[in-house]
Design a protein around this ligand. Sequence first.
Ligand code: DX5
Ligand code: ZN
Length: 219
Amino acid sequence: MTIKIAPSILSADFANLGAQVAAVEAGGAEYLHIDVMDGHFVPNITIGPLVVAALRERSRMVFDTHLMIEAPDKYILDFIQAGADLITVHQEACVHLHRTLSLIKEKGARAGVALNPATPWQSLSCILPMVDLVLVMSVNPGFGGQKFIAGALPKIEALARYRQAQGLHYEIQVDGGVNRTTASQVVQAGADVLVAGSALFGTSDPRAEVAQLRAAALT
Ligand code: DX5
Ligand code: ZN
């Protein structure tokens, strides 16, 4: 089985962002998870396209942009032009989700949809054939370092079963509270992409920790 590790820079040392990103890339991380928050959809404000563009010059990882913002359509092109490879929007923030996902794909990026802990996966059943990635939130979005919500596990299992039954190809990503202990549970449930912020950047050696987390996930 292969999984991908997506370090979340939300927990990185922002005064040393370039070096921290280089460390996890050298450690073998496949995706770089970039948490974009607007102070409206979630109670926090973080990163915009300028930071994405600056990092793009330094990294070849897949730039996985998690938009926790209202009305994401307004900013999709900006993030793609800044270098995002994958744009994930929240189901709860998109009244016209089909239109939003179509826009992401038209502009040349892969399209993901995130689900808050209280949102059932079935809300996506009509749209899953056009989705490249489903992000299952295992914390309430807004902050790093929160405790894993176990209710994410049956949601991951159901999305994996549905994918198999329907012959679909979306990746299943888990975000929030993923660490050496919870990683194997989410992988056993069927997750392909593991986001980890504090479990990587909260250690003294994020580079080495990427491999440790991967090993723990596969045990
Ligand atoms: C939370 C963000 C996460 C966050 C995860 O709203 O979407 O990506 O950085 O942080 P950890 O891994 O520390 O729970
Ligand atoms: Zn995230």
